[in-house]
Design a protein around this ligand. Structure first.
Ligand code: NAP
Length: 263
């Protein structure tokens, strides 16, 4: 007898990291709802996965940057009680410096990477709490903690995903809502072409195969991690980073300025 995993709703499932999550989660026994704009690619993936795994795979073609489409997906998250997992993966990048960037494109990026992820999370969480549990996997990026690496607006959007995930993890941990935030480094997908730097311009030593990235992220999930950085060799480095952050926390808001600012 198999355990009932419920349904995972994955955004940006038509290609790259999201399509691999779809494949891996269906093999783990999840039914799927696949969301992205490209209906043909979603349908082809849905057919392949349902043929191969026997799971139910539903397709929702939606431009999450368009309010009416986003509202349809929010509605689904609010009303479909079979949904046990939300993978907030849809996202776009930018690799050019700020002064060479188009502000309208950066605004679209902020809409998808920040607003859409936030609205979908807020649509899913009350149902998870009411039903006694659920899982949110947020795909951030290593630029969340290294915003100097690519475009700063992209880095800022992923820093939001990390900070928002930290807060969700803290607020929901006693309600059996599991939150994982994944910080991939460069991963071989269509992302790079669309973001302004085709993959062939990156040193191969820093680029991970998307399959390896997702498998590592799911291994981190199975190990109970909250933050997963697939390529980080030594977890002690992340622990030290978090310990340094925690050491700051009690001193960040005090009634008097620090002695070094005495006038
Ligand atoms: P990708 O292959 O370009 O996938 C992006 C996905 O998002 C596609 O399925 C795309 O589908 C969907 N999408 C884009 N705009 C959308 C919209 N307006 N509405 C609905 N869906 C939309 O890139 P990826 O590398 O897999 O990216 C997935 C996530 O990983 C992103 O959040 C990205 O920031 C993050 N990430 C990637 C890397 C990397 O190096 N690749 C590293 C760190 C983090 P449609 O075009 O069909 O809509």
């Amino acid at each position: 007898m198999t355990t009932r995993m419920g349904t995972a709703l994955i955004t940006g499932a038509s290609s790259g990291i999201g399509a691999i999550y779809a494949e891996r989660l269906s093999r783990r026994g999840y039914d799927l709802i696949l969301v992205a704009r490209n209906r043909d690619r979603l349908n082809a993936l849905a057919k392949r996965l349902s043929d191969e795994t026997g799971r139910s795979v539903e397709v929702v073609a939606a431009d999450l940057g368009a309010k009416a489409d986003l509202a349809r997906v929010e509605d689904l998250l609010r009303t479909d009680a079979s949904i046990t997992m939300l993978v907030n993966n849809a996202g776009i990048g930018a690799t050019r410096p700020l002064l060479e960037s188009n502000i309208d494109k950066l605004e679209d990026l902020l809409t998808l990477n920040v607003n859409v992820l936030t609205r979908l999370t807020y649509a899913a969480v009350p149902g998870f709490v009411a039903r006694g549990g659920g899982t949110i996997i947020n795909i951030a990026s290593i630029v969340a903690i290294a915003p100097e690496v690519l475009n700063g607006v992209y880095g800022g959007s992923k820093a939001f995903v990390l900070a928002f995930s930290q807060s969700l993890h803290n607020e929901l941990k006693d309600q059996n809502v599991r939150v994982q935030v994944v910080l991939p480094g460069a991963t071989a997908t269509d992302f790079w072409e669309a973001a302004g730097t085709p993959l062939q311009y990156l040193p191969s030593a820093i680029v991970m195969k998307a399959e390896d990235m997702v498998d590592a992220a799911l291994a981190g999930f199975d190990q109970g991690e909250f933050v997963t950085i697939p390529s980080l060799p030594d977890i002690a480095d992340l622990d030290a980073y978090e310990a340094a952050r925690q050491k700051l926390v009690p001193h960040l808001s005090l009634s008097a300025p620090a002695a070094r600012y005495a006038t």
